[in-house]
Design a protein around this ligand. Sequence first.
Ligand SMILES: Nc1nc2c(c(=O)[nH]1)N=C([C@H](O)[C@@H](O)CO)CN2
Length: 125
Amino acid sequence: MDTLFVQELELRAVIGVHDWERTFAQRLRVDLVLGVTTEMAAKTDDLAHAVDYAALAERLQALAAQSACELIETLAARLADEVLEQPGVHWVRLTLHKPGALPAAKSVGITIERPIEHSAGEVAS
Ligand SMILES: Nc1nc2c(c(=O)[nH]1)N=C([C@H](O)[C@@H](O)CO)CN2
């Protein structure tokens, strides 16, 4: 199994448990590691046989922008489900950072791991 990664993708989302957090979109960052098979993409040199990380990044940014979760756990799970909807993704490890959450810390966040069985998405061969 190969891995495809995206580091520090910027997202914006309404997120947080406090009333003041419900009034504006906060800046978040997400790190992704995807379990993928790359043999066919490498053999054909054709994006149609690869997981398109640019298209995936846009989908995650759009999903975050439309969301309004209270907890980072909830948004992370929804983002992971979206990743697993992509054909060819077998599993995902996703870290969601909320840099502004704790003034005394550089960042806080959560890392979740999900196998394809966790989602309704199908794996394309
Ligand atoms: N486990 C979590 N703890 C907290 C969260 C969260 O999303 N998951 N969120 C908050 C607040 O929204 C915080 O970011 C700002 O005070 C607190 N704890």
